[in-house]
Design a protein around this ligand. Sequence first.
Ligand SMILES: *Cc1c(COP(=O)(O)O)cnc(C)c1O
Length: 405
Amino acid sequence: MAERRPPKRHPRTTAVHGGTRRSRYGEVSEAIFLTQGFVYDSAEAAAGRFEALGEDEFIYARYGNPTTATFEERLAAIEGTEDGFATASGMAAVSGALMSMLKAGDRVVSSRALFGSCLYVLEEVLRRYGVEVAFVDGTDLDQWREAVTPGTKAVFFEAVANPTLEVIDIAAVAGIAHAAGALVLVDNVFATPVFSDAVAQGADVVIYSATKHIDGQGRALGGAILGTEAFVRGTAEPFLKHTGGAMSPFTSWIMLKGLETMDLRVRAQAAGAERIARALEGHPALRRCIHPALSSHPQHALAARQMEGASTLVSLDLAGGRAAAFAFLDALEIPLISNNLGDAKSIITHPATTTHQRLTDAQRGVLGITDGFVRLSVGLEDADELIDDLVGALDSAGSRRVAAE
Ligand SMILES: *Cc1c(COP(=O)(O)O)cnc(C)c1O
């Protein structure tokens, strides 16, 4: 069978054309192969395909599907990895990547600043199966050096943490991990495929929730595991295809359409987020305004070096605590109170009572998720109109606190 190695193109070109499998009808928009199964010409052919799958052959959608394969190939080409496996959600990707490679007695070192469900998988699930999990402050390289002992199997971290926007030095942590023989798994959701070059910086496996910037329009759940062919096909796929975390072909089509506009959306949303962060920084109702493009961000220099752009998110810490945060959210007219992110619509959430509610007060305290903390995902609305709305709501939330004192 002929090699189907496409030429390497710019990510923006790849995002529109990569991986395309055109049917005999010559459709322009990618076909949705909404089929769970595939027909064989003979019993012999079925037996042969189960014995060894040829290039671009499929047997069951839990294992693979042409629309899903198009999405996997396109995203892997954008990311610069050999291969990819698409999953039903970002968490299926996180749990699948970790559980497929680990067994009882293995050691994992993880950054502590994680999305609530990621923390659950590491802290509760992996430990229940006998995996030793150590947590470090991901921004402190000395803690990584101490925790990543020889024989450590994997390190895991969010390159930009949800919701604190801490930035982790991928190259430095990868250096420490590789010296100990550990695989580097990076949850790159906040960094986005547009801004991050995690593989070039030493990541072995990159994980996305496609629900966020890849769909970018709040329609479907999805995820992906990207890495070497050996990891994706040899380690992750056998686990995922038998445990059932496959992406639906319809979702794969939604995600393909999302990839076509992802670069434009992410750059526009990040530009809006940066303008908003600069406009809000120093507002009297705020204790902190967090965005990696601000020079006040603790990893500002690292973010500028490591990523092509900063973030579509802005996090705020309101001095008036939970009452002020709730008053601020309720006073906003444009951003929606919801907990997705990376959407075309601006979305605001109060992590302490939603996405990170499961954590103890002490855990939230260590991470800096105070009662006044809010996470704003900036959408595609007019930035000036958003700034007016945000400043007005902060003014009223701030004065309410003063009135209550
Ligand atoms: C949302 C998110 C996930 C999980 O993705 P789902 O698609 O919701 O399962 C994982 N990691 C990070 C950093 C996220 O923000």
